[in-house]
Ligand binder design. Structure first.
Ligand code: OAD
Length: 238
């Protein structure tokens, strides 16, 4: 167990932290998500936005429909507690479900965007959607009349500028880095724990399964986020 005074904490979360809230993960458990016979990295791609935006919206509306019923779980809430206790804290999430914010996290970067936002494909005006309104609304931009698309990062797209750089800066400077519920396969987010480790941070992973990161970790805590993270946080702030 960690035996030094940490004062700067960075957390990277992935789909696994929301699994116990009822949000399906993309990979893991030997399966990967498929929508109408298409792997998710095909339907969630920049190419599909160009070729068949209606179908992209069908998939995102389906996911928004699943999320309507989901609530933040004990792991999301425990991270809020940690944030309140540590002066220098940043949560970087790959999740687009908004559950961290609903739990009360404030210092957070959603590197892959948010499923309840859309943006115009032409003028890029952003729209906040009502999470309980499925299907999405609006479907046209009120500024220029063009179609809107989900405001999330899709396969084949760059991360929004600025956000990732801020995450790298924090990862390089923190002395404790916690990775929760990610397969650590999608770059560049998966680089953050490596950056932290290279710069001397203590690295803890919470995941029921091994990941490519496991070998670099100082501690690998095997199990579900909702069970492990609350205990981990209690130990850290005791
Ligand atoms: P994945 O679906 O790739 O991985 C989920 C991870 O969560 C796996 O390693 C599981 O073992 C783990 N897991 C499952 N249940 C868990 C639980 N109860 N507690 C803790 N861990 C659990 O999800 P991500 O790594 O988040 O990108 O995927 C990264 C990105 O790939 C996503 O953000 C998404 C996808 O393409 C975009 O949409 C751009």
């Amino acid at each position: 167990m960690i035996n030094f005074d940490f004062d700067s904490v960075c957390v990277l979360s992935g789909a696994g932290i929301s699994a116990e809230s009822g949000v399906p993960t993309f990979r893991g458990g030997g399966k990967s998500a498929v929508w109408k016979g298409m792997p998710f990295d095909e339907i969630s791609s920049a190419k599909m936005v160009k070729e068949n935006l209606d179908e992209v919206w069908e998939w995102f509306d389906y996911r928004r429909g699943v999320l309507k019923e989901c609530e933040p779980n004990k792991a999301h809430k425990a991270l809020v507690k940690l944030e309140k206790t540590v002066d220098d804290f940043l949560l970087v999430t790959q999740n687009v479900d908004g559950l961290h914010t609903r739990a009360g996290s404030e210092n957070i970067i959603e590197v892959h965007g948010n499923i309840n936002r859309s943006r115009c494909v032409v003028c890029r005006k952003r729209f906040q959607m009502q999470s309980h309104h499925v299907p999405h609304d609006p479907s046209k931009c009120d500024e220029c009349g063009n179609k809107v698309r989900p405001d999330v990062v899709l396969f084949g797209e760059m991360l929004p500028s600025g956000a990732y750089e801020r995450a790298v800066e924090k990862a390089s400077g923190c002395n404790l880095f916690i990775v929760v519920g990610t397969s650590a396969l999608v770059y560049p987010a998966a680089i953050l724990p490596e950056v932290a480790k290279r710069n001397g941070a203590y690295l803890i992973e919470v995941n029921p399964e091994e990941t490519p990161l496991t070998a670099y970790c100082d501690e690998s805590l095997r199990g579900k986020a909702g069970e492990i993270v609350p205990d981990l946080v209690s130990n850290l702030i005791a």
